[in-house]
Design a protein around this ligand. Structure first.
Ligand code: COA
Length: 535
């Protein structure tokens, strides 16, 4: 391996200005995370605690092994989407360690609109299940939810990817041997009752957890039968009469202790398929990335300097360094886990796409996970590259990237646009996990380009109709398009829509990837079947 050499001047004005700009971005991220962590309004939290319940985050903390990290996913989902709802869409999802085993934890936040499911809540729950399924992670669901947020039915009821998909995936996961445990810590009504019912083992809290297809009011309205909640769907009834639940707990703490015990009996922990090396920090401080990422989107970032601060000991065995040099490809380690890196250093040309294709196929053959660090304006355009066959070179890269069944991950570090976004393992290609830094942004094209293209179309129509624009009219046409693209392309819009799994700080990247790589290294190997390559 070769240690990357940095030529960074940390005393330069440029470094300092970049650093200050990035730290402001990180502060914004922490502010948003804080809003999510608080949960629902004070009144709802007070009522929740008064009922003797733990707040959802305390439950998660109590569930995981002390001192181990909880990698939260989708924490900003639904940001600014629903009136009076903090980011997170009323549900907490993430990977945490229970009894030495990584598990997917899904926890309703009953302080946010009674823990009910919005469209984004469904999408987030389904996504968490998908990550668990891909990685064969046991799923522990802490249920405390009023079920569907009724005014949102179009986004929760009829379609694939909505509430019903939670059940469909539960069944599929179970068929693949993924353990699922539910802890009923609050209401669990109607469709919601199927979440625990479809789990392997169910814990319920006495006097606090309730499961029924129709609550007391609905039962009375439908049948005239008068029955209290406890007899209709309480913990004692379900644990001793119906058999719908398996373990009766006295309170939240007891329920979580039982859950930890259940996880301790899930059998032997799957071994890693490869032995990681001893982890070492990068030779250059990761913190310096803040001063490297360009604050001016018109000035490119030196991603070679960035990479030197992400890899163990800054060691990078570069593949084809002299060929297709707008894309770096090569191998390094993150916390000891070997990983194949593809990182942009410019626009994608024919050579870069061919290099990527070759590199991906090597990683597939060697069973090495892929990490795409995306910062790309797209593929090169123009007569020369078209005649050189950039369409088929790009198609080869996409075929290789899309076919590869090794674990694969994306981090959008800068601008990721157009077909470049897609070829660098965009969301449609189902990365195992996808993150963006606060500097990350992505769209079909940049705001200026989009405004110019649409203005160009309009100019042609004007010419056809014999009219002409004044420069002021042209600018009045372009400005709102630019604004729309600016708003669209930000990392937080991607996080809000769950087009990425989380926004992470550059300094968090190594730890996040280490956890994901460890988890992925324990899942069974999946054979890659490459599609047809166009030559
Ligand atoms: N759809 C839309 N909003 C709902 C809702 C639902 N299914 N259930 C609760 N809410 C809203 C309430 O209107 C209230 O909103 P607000 O904060 O703007 O006032 C908020 O969630 C909290 O509800 P509240 O009843 O005060 O909380 P709680 O902790 O006392 O009780 C529930 C929570 C979930 C037990 C109770 O609200 C309930 O039974 N809801 C209906 C459940 C149901 O039948 N769902 C159908 C599923 S198909």
């Amino acid at each position: 391996m070769t240690r990357m050499k940095s030529t960074l001047d940390t005393n330069s004005d440029d470094f300092r200005a970049n650093d200050a700009a990035y730290r402001a971005k990180n502060a914004e991220l922490h502010e948003l995370r804080l809003q999510q962590r608080i949960g629902g309004p004070q009144k709802a939290r007070d009522r929740h605690i008064k009922k003797g319940k733990m707040l959802p985050r305390e439950r998660v903390e109590r569930l995981v092994d002390p001192g181990t990290p909880f990698l939260e996913l989708g924490e900003l989902a639904g940001l600014d989407k629903y009136d009076g709802v903090p980011p997170g869409a009323g549900i907490i999802t993430g990977i945490g360690m229970i009894e030495g085993r990584h598990c997917m934890i899904i926890a309703n936040d009953a302080t946010v609109k009674g823990g009910t499911y919005f469209g984004m809540t469904c999408k987030k729950h389904v996504r968490a299940q998908k990550i668990a399924w891909n990685n064969r992670l046991p799923v522990v669901t802490l249920v405390d939810s009023g079920g569907a947020f009724l005014p949102e039915q179009a986004n929760i009821f009829p379609d694939e990817g909505q509430f019903g998909s939670i059940f469909h995936q539960q069944v599929g996961m179970s068929g693949d041997g993924v353990p699922q445990i539910a802890v009923v810590m609050g209401p669990c009504t109607a469709g919601g009752a199927y979440i625990p019912a479809l789990c392997d083992e169910v814990v319920i809290v006495r006097g606090q957890g309730f499961m029924y297809l129709g609550g007391p009011e609905l039962t009375f309205a439908a049948t005239g039968e008068k029955v209290d909640a406890e007899n209709l769907g309480g913990g004692k009834m379900h644990s001793s009469v119906s058999g719908v639940t398996d373990h009766l707990a006295e309170d939240d703490a007891h329920a979580l202790a039982i859950t930890r015990e259940i996880v301790s009996h899930l059998g032997e922990l799957p071994k890693t398929r490869k032995t990681p090396a001893t982890p070492t920090p990068p030779a250059y401080p990761t913190d310096e990335i803040h001063g490297i990422v360009s604050r001016d989107i018109k000035v490119p970032t030196d991603n070679r300097e960035v990479l030197a601060r992400l890899l163990d000991d800054s060691e990078f065995h570069e593949f084809k360094p002299l060929f297709g040099d707008t894309l770096m490809t090569g191998w390094g380690r993150i916390h000891g886990h070997e990983v194949g890196i593809l990182a942009n250093t410019g626009v994608l040309f024919v050579e870069a796409a061919l290099k990527a294709t070759h590199f991906i196929s090597l990683c597939v053959q060697r069973e090495i996970p892929l990490l795409f660090l995306a910062d790309v304006n797209g593929f090169m355009v123009g007569r020369e590259v078209e005649q050189a066959g950039i369409a088929k070179a790009g198609a080869k890269m996409i075929t290789a990237m899309s076919s590869a069944r090794v674990p694969k991950f994306t981090v959008i570090t800068g601008g990721s646009y157009g077909a470049g976004y897609l070829a660098m393992l965009g969301r449609p290609f189902q990365p195992d996990a996808m993150f963006a830094w606060p500097s990350g942004r992505s769209a079909i094209m940049g705001p200026d380009q989009a405004a110019s293209v649409l203005a160009q179309v309009r100019v042609q129509i004007n010419a056809r109709e014999g009219t002409e624009w004044t420069p002021e009219e042209e600018e009045a046409f372009k400005a709102p398009i630019r604004k729309e693209y600016e708003d669209f392309q930000g990392a937080y819009n991607y996080a809000s829509n769950l087009w990425i799994d989380s926004v992470i700080e550059p300094g968090e990247t190594r730890d996040v990837m280490a956890l994901m790589l460890d988890v992925a290294s324990r899942r069974p190997k999946v054979e890659t079947k490459f599609g047809v390559f166009r030559f």
